[in-house]
Design a protein around this ligand. Sequence first.
Ligand SMILES: Nc1ncnc2c1ncn2[C@@H]1O[C@H](COP(=O)(O)OP(=O)(O)OP(=O)(O)O)[C@@H](O)[C@H]1O
Length: 313
Amino acid sequence: MFECRNLVKRFGETVALDGTSFSIPEGRLTVLIGPSGCGKSTTLRILNRLIEPDGGEVLYRGRPLSSYDPVELRRSMGYVIQHIGLFPHWTVERNICTVPRLLGWPPERQRARALELLELVGLPPDEYARKMPHQLSGGEAQRVGVARALAADPPVILMDEPFGAADPLTRSRLQEEFLAIQRRLRKTVVFVTHDMGEAIRLGDRIILMREGRVVREAATEDLVRSGDGFVKTFLGSESVLLLLECHTMEEIARPAPPTIPEELPRVPGAATVRDGLSLLLESGAPMLAVEEQGGILGIAGLKEIQALVRRGR
Ligand SMILES: Nc1ncnc2c1ncn2[C@@H]1O[C@H](COP(=O)(O)OP(=O)(O)OP(=O)(O)O)[C@@H](O)[C@H]1O
């Protein structure tokens, strides 16, 4: 979807991007990650032409980005930032419809879309559509921000530390919800974070940046497994836990025996192995029953988790 070649961007003496090259595939969630100041946000702002690079080029759908009208381009890309910037004296519904209104959609279509999106992000429309931004919690405001970014059904969503200000529990809920939405919608998402746990949980691909350059660009799982130099420092001692984030319980479950004890704790097949391990340790049970659509699809315990870690190392 995007092809960035040798991007250079300077702010006075500061070199924010120093020959950055990478590609962003269509329909996948690509994470840009790296230490503070390495050029992640600058890259994102170049992608929607909020700023222009001093050198290099970006191809978007095979054409130079510079050949697109910046205003139209921005309307075709949802943008979610940390402090979501809802308009304070507009209702939630009106905020969500910002772009559809600019595009001249008829009011009924705007309204229907807002209600549909509130549903999608888990905010009951009857309760939330008429609320004002100051009546929302931080997590709810972020959900409205995601709904607003999706409103005109743009093919691309740019997200700059969207859940960065949320407390850990809310953050993990927002991540799960967004992942579920992304599994349905398959947008091209470029997601900036400096939290490796978040990158691994959400990203199909990860682009690791340092000092304005790309250090590594790989599928999430390959990156976690490889653990070379800078990657390893970034992952630190958490690398095993992070590997567990990449896999689901249904992937490691073995077939269930004909009868399984009633008291065995249940875990959804889609839960990460990390969540499965927590449940196993908390419950003290020898095994978990892995469920899918109400039925039991298998069982898994420490042995299966250890096998996964050994395979991943
Ligand atoms: N408008 C600006 N004017 C001056 N310097 C800037 C501007 N925008 C970014 N920079 C500088 O460019 C470098 C890269 O900034 P950028 O915001 O892209 O980093 P980042 O990786 O997103 O950092 P963080 O994780 O802290 O948000 C930094 O040194 C920053 O201070």
